[in-house]
Structure formats: structure tokens, C-alpha cells
Design a protein around this ligand. Structure first.
Ligand code: SF4
Length: 318
């Protein structure tokens, strides 16, 4: 199958979209909108070097982040709600796959260690085409798929070989909090198959001699206040999946967006809660764990109203 035919088939899929597990089956090519509210275009909210990812991802020169607008989840505590939920995706700059490929090359030229697609689940086919074009034009750095974990296994199989590093969240393994906090009925049913597919494609994270990620899976788990039972369930699952799997245990929860309407999570995580979860991971033998300071929430929460949302790097000029 040549590249043109392959992309044509991706475009065809946007004509009856099952790009993520929502399976809206809308015609995005004709401008119809599904749950994610994005048509066949590529709305981009921010492009820039970011230094706040895990050390193997950010390195010393930064990760080349590309934030897509819109999302296929509705997390009430979303730290990126300005671009995922509060602003309609059509208000953002719209790129074609070719223009996105140019931006990827520019990030590489600026010294980025990798290209880091943030919230790509609803943009998977457009992203795949951009990767193909960027590779043809000389992109050599790894591509990171930085996702909420609510992905289509079938779509991931279709893009096999294009992504080097998977950076999925494992948010819940209980559908009750998924439904209450993220507006999704079946997250806990879907995410195990997603993680297995990612692991089958690229294995556990591997690093080069400088400690930079070159390939593999690194799972993120954000510990929510008062939800420790589900955090333990997530870690238990990961240990069964592979005790070698690296996991980033995140302490940076802060009650942003609409979390004030949910009293049980309308507070910061306590040090004692976080320590319990880290201890649990170590007891399970998950020794490839990245640990955060509890004040990470103050350092890593972005403000997309600024040119430099993270306050850590200049953004690329428009
Ligand atoms: S990518 Fe968007 S339109 Fe397609 S199935 Fe998911 S939510 Fe629906």
C-alpha cells in the first residue's frame, strides 16, 4: 500500500469517525462534530519547548510539545481546560497535516529532543499523516503520543510504526470515578487493552546513553485526593502488566476547572496520601517510578492565556 492510498483511507475514516472509543460515527469531513467537537481540521492551541515533563522526555533542551485543542474526555479537574473544554476548538489556529509537519521540523531545528503530541486521541489520523510527511522531510527525533488513555485500540493498530514513545495516563480502573469525574462510562474497560497494545508496539521505555527516551511506554498516574483505593488498583494492574514498566506517579493534582462542584476532590493531595501510593508502588516492585514533589502543582499547572503557558520556555512564533 503506498502512502497516498494509506492517507486516503485515514481520511475515509474521518468520514464516519471511530477514531476514539466514543465511536460517534459522524462525518468530520463534512464538518459534522462528535463528542470531541473537532472536524477534520487540526486546531492547535500551543506549540513550544516544554521542560516540565519527566526528565527522559524533557531532557536539557526541552520536549517539542504540540497541544491539540478539544478532547474526548470531560475531566472536571482538567488542568488544560482552557484549550480542551472552555474554548471552542474552531477558535484556535487550524493547520493542515503539511503545515503541522513543518511545525514539527521547526521544533526539531530548535533543539527539541522529541515531538510531543498532547491530547492526540481525537486527532489520531490527522496526526499520523503529519508524522508521515515530517519523516519524509527529515524529522529524525522520536514522536511521543501523550494521551489520556481513552484511545481506540483499532486506531492505534492502524498507526503502528509511527509513534516511538507512548505516554498514556492510567486515570482509573473503576468506571464510577471515570463517569463522575471525566464524563466517560467505560474508561476502566478500555484502558487495559490500550496499554497492552502500546506495550506490544514499543515495549517498556528505553533510554539512550544520555538518559533520554528513545522508544517505549511510560505510564502516568495522577493521584486524586481521597481516591487511593483506585490508585492502588491502577498500580496493581501495572505490576501485573509488567513489573519493568516505568510509571510516573503524579502529585500535581489541584482542584482546577469545575472541581469545586465535587467536594470529595476539591482539595490538594496530602503528603500522607501520596506517600501511601508511592510505598504501594515500591512494595509491588514497580521500581522504575518517577516521583514528584508535592508542590509540583504550583510549578506544572499551565495558563494557556499566556504565550508561554508553563513559564519555562519561549513559544514558537506564529
Ligand atoms: S474522535 Fe471525536 S468524533 Fe471521533 S469518535 Fe472520538 S469523540 Fe467522536
Amino acid at each position: 500500500m503506498n502512502d497516498a492510498i494509506e492517507y486516503a483511507s485515514w481520511v475515509d475514516r474521518l468520514g464516519c469517525c471511530e477514531g476514539c472509543p466514543r465511536r460517534c460515527r459522524v462525518n468530520r469531513l463534512a464538518g459534522e462534530l462528535g463528542f470531541c467537537r473537532v472536524d477534520a481540521g487540526i486546531p492547535v492551541a500551543h506549540i513550544g519547548l516544554h521542560f516540565g515533563e519527566e526528565p527522559p522526555i524533557s531532557g536539557t533542551r526541552g520536549s517539542g510539545t504540540i497541544f491539540f485543542a478539544g478532547c474526548n474526555l470531560r475531566c472536571v479537574f482538567c488542568q488544560n481546560s482552557q484549550i480542551s473544554q472552555e474554548t471552542p476548538p474552531e477558535r484556535f489556529r487550524r493547520l493542515t497535516p503539511a503545515a503541522l509537519a513543518v511545525e514539527m521540523r521547526r521544533l526539531q531545528d530548535r533543539g527539541a529532543h522529541n515531538i510531543n503530541f498532547v491530547s492526540p486521541s481525537h486527532m489520531i489520523f490527522q496526526m499520523a499523516e503529519a508524522i508521515r510527511l515530517a519523516r519524509q522531510a527529515g524529522l529524525v527525533i522520536p514522536v511521543v503520543y501523550n494521551t489520556n488513555g481513552y484511545d481506540s485500540v483499532a486506531a492505534l493498530r492502524q498507526i503502528r510504526g509511527l509513534v516511538d514513545i507512548y505516554l498514556p495516563d492510567l486515570k482509573y480502573l473503576d468506571n464510577a470515578p471515570g463517569k463522575r469525574f471525566s464524563g466517560v462510562d467505560d474508561y476502566a474497560d478500555v484502558v487495559p487493552g490500550v496499554l497492552q497494545e502500546m506495550l506490544d508496539q514499543v515495549g517498556c521505555l528505553s533510554l539512550d546513553d544520555d538518559g533520554l527516551a528513545v522508544r517505549g511506554v511510560l505510564v502516568r498516574h495522577l493521584v486524586l485526593p481521597g481516591c487511593l483505593e483506585d490508585s492502588r488498583r491502577c498500580l496493581d494492574f501495572l505490576a501485573r502488566l509488567s513489573p519493568d514498566i516505568p510509571v510516573s506517579i503524579m502529585a500535581q493534582y489541584a482542584p482546577r476547572h469545575r472541581a469545586d462542584a465535587y467536594p470529595e476532590i476539591n482539595r490538594r493531595l496530602s503528603e500522607a496520601e501520596y506517600d501511601q501510593i508511592v510505598d504501594h508502588a515500591l512494595r509491588l516492585g514497580l521500581e522504575n517510578a518517577f516521583i514528584q514533589e508535592l508542590d509540583a502543582a504550583d510549578r506544572y499547572l499551565p495558563d494557556f492565556a499566556r504565550n508561554d503557558p508553563f513559564g519555562d520556555a519561549p513559544s514558537a512564533p506564529d
